[in-house]
Design a protein around this ligand. Structure first.
Ligand SMILES: NC(=O)C1=CN([C@@H]2O[C@H](COP(=O)(O)OP(=O)(O)OC[C@H]3O[C@@H](n4cnc5c(N)ncnc54)[C@H](OP(=O)(O)O)[C@@H]3O)[C@@H](O)[C@H]2O)C=CC1
Ligand SMILES: O=C(O)[C@H](O)COP(=O)(O)O
Length: 497
């Protein structure tokens, strides 16, 4: 149960506290932010709403703690991260319980998210050891006009204070994917949890607390973004922002940010291109897994299917048969389809479906919604003038457009504002490579649905889908900069064997 056992420390009455200077604290604002249970539509948790002054203090501590942490031996940093992984896995039940209650993640998937996050931390600690232990040694004489009298040593150094902002759909995994790389490279971290997912993030944070990190090194501030979002993201103490969330939010933050490195993982309209020689059964299985898992609330969910006319009927009928078998209901029962995160999200999805229906698309299943629970829906014969051909539903609704040629599909994919992932189904590896090269997305999967994992793979979007690249290795590199020291010898010296 959330807020019990060791996690009692995060709670004051019925309000979850913020984390600063190694301690859980109530904000002096006296205000709270409410978290709603997507399944019941009722408030379930409250988190304290921090003030500007409290945020200033958090950044002050983060700056001071970072200087000492950067001088902590790398093997010790790695040891502490491994400790967090053990603690997190030990407490997977209460953490998963929060995910079920505040983002309606199916119970089994919630446990998987916690375990995956522990594994991610372990991998990050190991990868960080390797990356941070290596530098570069250059000599001056290869460059015209130079003798060998300058020796250049370069190494990777931390950026300073990393501001981490994760989204609601993976509040634990997409938090540790930022915190792990930040800490192993010697940075400090201030995390701002998503409102839906705040209590999961707080529980995750407490696992770092229990591991015994130095005071001030990691902090967790809960705020009303409408009041303090800009204050936080434009704060002069922030040396890097690692953000995952919607395009509009991410782009707005990027435009206002100071001159600092930005890691922006934003929305997607992940395209599945099914060619006429595809294994149609496999494509159908991947539409189910890729499109309906967590009710389509994944940036990598299949969000538009572009099917060649010759196989479209077979594909649609196979998917329809599988949709009929999906269970729909509360996350506690581990249903395949669970309520979407909020009423406004459900309204938005309904708007996309009604627009498509009015413009002549065929709803393969009856439109059905109860509160935030939307029954899975395949929409066939979608045309480019329909909003759902282009917009990201973030719900259990998948549009199918019928295409005559692969080029038509590639053009559709490349005309989107999004460029996160795409996938192509074909038995011809040569065709697959040509399509992959032509698809302007951060990743193209061949014969499988889009996915971020395994977590050490590079993960990036182009166009409005993001800046920079995630994945353990890339995040580690991104959260460092190069520092060089040049030894100037009084006379040229050439090394002999
Ligand atoms: N490419 C990727 O890796 C991924 C992308 N996504 C994308 O995220 C979206 C869904 O997530 P969702 O949480 O709804 O996204 P949002 O953009 O609404 O929110 C993301 C985070 O930003 C915070 N936030 C919102 N406004 C501000 C602000 N002005 N200043 C600072 N922080 C702010 C939110 O806080 P609060 O909750 O308090 O509003 C939340 O923590 C989808 O578009 C999805 O595609 C999701 C996962 C992975
Ligand atoms: O938030 C998301 O949607 C994730 O980045 C997708 O991760 P997954 O592909 O591993 O589900």
């Amino acid at each position: 149960m959330a807020g019990t056992g060791v996690f009692k420390a995060c709670l004051d009455g019925d309000v979850y506290k913020y984390y600063a200077d190694g301690d859980w604290k109530m904000s002096s604002s006296g205000k709270t932010v409410s978290v709603t249970n997507p399944t019941t539509g009722k408030p379930i948790y409250k988190v304290t709403a921090c003030t500007q002054d409290e945020i200033n203090k958090v950044f002050q501590s983060a700056k001071a703690a970072q200087k000492l942490w950067a001088k902590t031996p790398l093997y010790k940093r790695a040891e502490m991260l491994h400790k967090v992984s053990v603690i997190m896995k030990e407490h997977k039940s209460p953490l998963a319980d929060c995910l079920v209650k505040e983002v309606a993640k199916p119970a089994k998937d919630a446990v998987t998210e916690v375990v995956r996050s522990g594994d991610l931390i372990d991998y990050t600690a190991e990868e960080g050891i390797r990356i941070m232990s290596e530098g570069k040694f250059l000599v001056s004489d290869p460059f015209p006009g130079n003798e060998r009298n300058k020796l250049c040593l370069s190494s990777k150094v931390p950026l300073g204070v990393i501001l981490a902002i994760p989204p609601f759909n993976y509040p634990i995994n997409l938090s540790v994917s930022k915190i792990g790389p930040a800490l192993i490279t010697g940075n400090s971290v201030v995390i701002k949890p998503p409102t839906q997912g705040a209590v999961s993030t707080i529980h995750m944070m407490h696992c770092f607390h229990l591991a015994g990190f130095p005071k001030g090194l990691i902090s967790c501030v809960t705020i009303k973004v409408s009041e303090l979002g800009d204050f936080l993201t434009t704060h002069p103490a922030v040396n890097c922002i690692s953000f995952t969330g919607g395009c509009d939010t991410g782009i707005a933050i990027s435009k206002k940010a100071n001159m600092i490195p930005l890691q922006m993982e934003l929305g997607g309209k992940d395209t599945m291109l099914v060619l006429d020689d595809a294994d149609v059964e496999s494509a159908a299985v991947n539409i189910m897994k890729g499109g309906f898992a967590f009710s389509g609330q994944r940036c990598t969910a299949v969000k538009v299917v572009l099917a060649m006319e010759s196989i479209a009927d077979a594909l649609v009928s196979k998917v329809n048969a599988k949709v009929a078998k999906l269970s729909v209901g509360p996350p506690e029962n581990d249903c395949d389809i669970v309520p979407v995160v909020s009423e406004s999200s459900a309204n938005f999805i309904e708007g996309l479906v009604m627009d498509a229906k009015q413009k002549g698309a065929k709803l393969c299943q009856e439109w059905k919604r109860e509160g935030n629970l939307i029954w899975p829906l395949l929409i066939d014969h979608v045309k480019p003038d329909m909003r759902i051909a282009w917009e990201e539903p973030f719900g259990p609704v998948i549009p199918v457009l019928r295409i005559k040629t692969a080029e038509e599909g590639i053009n559709h994919c490349n005309s989107s504002r999004y460029g996160l992932q795409g996938c192509v189904f074909t038995k011809d590896v040569n065709k697959a490579m040509l399509v992959s090269d032509a698809m302007e997305t951060g990743t193209v999967q061949i014969n499988a649905a889009p996915a971020r994992g395994p977590d050490h793979f590079p993960f990036q979007g182009i166009r409005d889908s993001g800046i920079g690249s995630q994945g353990v290795t890339n995040s580690i590199n991104m959260m460092t900069k190069i520092k060089t020291t040049v030894i100037n010898l009084p006379q040229p010296s050439y090394t002999m064997a």
